[in-house]
Write a protein that binds this ligand. Structure first.
Ligand SMILES: Cc1ncc(COP(=O)(O)O)c(C=O)c1O
Ligand SMILES: N[C@@H](CCCC[NH3+])C(=O)O
Length: 482
């Protein structure tokens, strides 16, 4: 039991007992209880460093600068924000809550970004107070909202990027693919076909007018009047507001991407838009962000994207596109989340019941119920995501059964692992670990059925440390006003 999908600190001893970074699972369970998210600090740091180094070296080869932002939505705590920052990454946040964690960690504002398709005025104000390095605007109406907030408080212009959608559809599930057109994120680079009746409508006379006019209709307008794409309208709208400094263009094409070709297509599309804006206005934006989405291994035999390979490929395609377009290279950034924290985590559970169930084709499926479930890992229920599990507290015989690992919630879709071979003698009291749960496990956890959320325990050099404590029933009841 070494190698993917387990973190690099995971070992199985001769007695069959698994340890993480030198701490065995019995000690973990005795000290912290189950279920518990267990995070291998050295593994996480190594991955953060690997992404930064891979992109720095690939970008140095082509003469471009690069920043790597850790996408905090995958999992953020004060310690994790500090670790990734110590490893030279910046932090990308997508809500006021994530921003609060990053600020509590002491990350300087200029190393933070704020995303979100519906930022509140309070979130925008907090980002401006913190002096974040970039606010990624996601709609036309938000451009005015941010600019008005800057105008009201005075001070220098706020650095913004415009999030665009390139039409590239990539990723593991429709819900986690974010750059195709029929979804809520970003502004499309495609020019919408205009009904013939509108084609002779008099357009505004300048780019700035066009942008402002395009942005004015409750944020619903998608055309400046000059036949522009929503993305171009947004870029022009930003340039039209002196309270904003247009830093660059942002594109995130999806998540859990294992076929890297989508990144190259998106890079070309974004650089083309950058060149078009320069031709139109004389403004060549400095930065291009190609988002996150780098896929990891969830099952034995799956192969994660290799940071060195992907960095070289993306750098080459940025270089090729810039050359073809005759524009200088931009500074360049990426936002991996899952690839940094996903493989570093596992969830440790205790088996409660084992129930053989005869299924349609006459086979028997062994339902193994653990002490957590969809409240600590919603991904199988939400996306049909696949995970791998093993009995980790003892040696098991060679015989296995077809098992389904299920939770304790009142929901038949409460499945944590759809299908896995477990030891035939799997039984109550067994410790069971599910691999690669570091990303989007705790961060998407809920209190369904009033189940308190598990703690996040960091392990390093044979010692454990509670990063996020276990919730208690008292925590839940404290919210209930009677
Ligand atoms: C804008 C943005 N950046 C970065 C990420 C991180 O993605 P991942 O965790 O797949 O790397 C996401 C989530 O998909 C995102 O929406
Ligand atoms: N939450 C998603 C990924 C993030 C998608 C949003 N950008 C997952 O668990 O895979």
């Amino acid at each position: 039991m070494t190698g993917e999908p387990w973190s690099t600190g995971v070992r199985r001893g001769p007695d069959g007992v698994v340890s993480v970074a030198g701490v065995d699972v019995h000690a973990l369970a005795a000290e912290h209880g189950t279920p518990a998210y267990v995070l291998d600090e050295a593994d996480l740091r190594t991955r953060a460093r690997a992404y930064r180094r891979a992109f720095e070296s690939a970008c140095a080869q082509i003469g471009a600068g690069v920043d790597v932002y850790y996408a905090g939505k995958a999992f953020l705590s004060v310690a994790v924000a500090r670790w990734v920052h110590e490893e030279g990454l910046r932090v990308d946040t997508s809500t006021g809550g994530e921003l609060a964690v990053a600020l509590r960690a002491g990350i300087p504002g200029e190393h933070l970004g704020l995303h979100g398709n519906n930022k509140s005025d309070a979130e925008i104000a907090r980002a401006l107070d913190a002096g974040v390095g970039r606010i990624i605007v996601d709609s036309l109406v938000e451009i005015d909202r941010v600019a008005d907030a800057v105008a009201a408080r005075g001070g220098g212009p706020a650095p913004v990027m415009v999030r665009v959608t390139t039409g590239v559809h990539a990723g593991g599930h429709e819900y986690i693919s974010t750059a195709h057109e029929d979804q809520k994120f970003g502004l499309s680079i495609a020019t919408p076909p205009r009904p013939a009746s509108e084609q002779v409508a008099a357009g505004p006379t300048t780019s700035a007018d066009a942008a402002v006019n395009g942005a004015a209709v409750n944020g619903a307008a998608v055309d400046s009047g000059a036949g522009d794409s929503p993305a171009m309208c947004a870029l022009l709208a930003v340039l039209a507001r002196p309270e904003l400094r247009l830093l660059g263009i942002h594109s995130h094409i999806g998540s859990q991407i294992l076929d890297p070709s989508g990144f190259e297509v998106a890079a070309r599309a974004v650089l083309t838009l950058r060149a078009q804006l320069a031709e139109r206005t004389g403004v060549l934006v400095d930065e291009v962000d190609l988002g996150g989405g780098y896929g990891i291994a969830y099952l034995p035999g799956e192969v994660a994207l290799d940071p060195d390979r992907i960095a070289k490929d993306i750098a080459a395609s940025v270089q090729g596109s810039a050359r073809d377009l005759g524009t200088p290279l931009p500074r360049f950034s990426i936002e991996p989340g899952r690839a940094i924290v996903g493989p570093a985590g596992l969830t440790l559970y205790t088996v409660g019941t084992v129930k053989p169930v005869r299924i349609d084709d006459g086979r028997v499926r062994t339902y193994v119920s653990i002490d957590g479930g969809m409240s600590d890992n919603i991904r199988p229920a939400l996306y049909g995501a696949q995970y791998h599990a093993e009995v980790v507290g003892r040696l098991a015989g060679p015989e296995t059964v077809l098992a389904r690992v299920v939770g304790k919630h009142c929901e038949s879709g409460d499945i944590v692992v759809h299908e896995v071979q477990l030891p035939a003698d799997v039984r109550a009291g067994d410790l069971l670990a599910v691999a690669a749960t570091g990303a989007y496990g705790r961060s998407m956890a809920s209190n369904y059925n009033h189940v308190p959320r598990p703690p996040v325990i960091a392990v390093a050099d044979g010692a454990t440390r509670v990063l996020v404590r276990r919730e208690t029933e008292d925590d839940l009841l404290a919210l209930d006003q009677g």
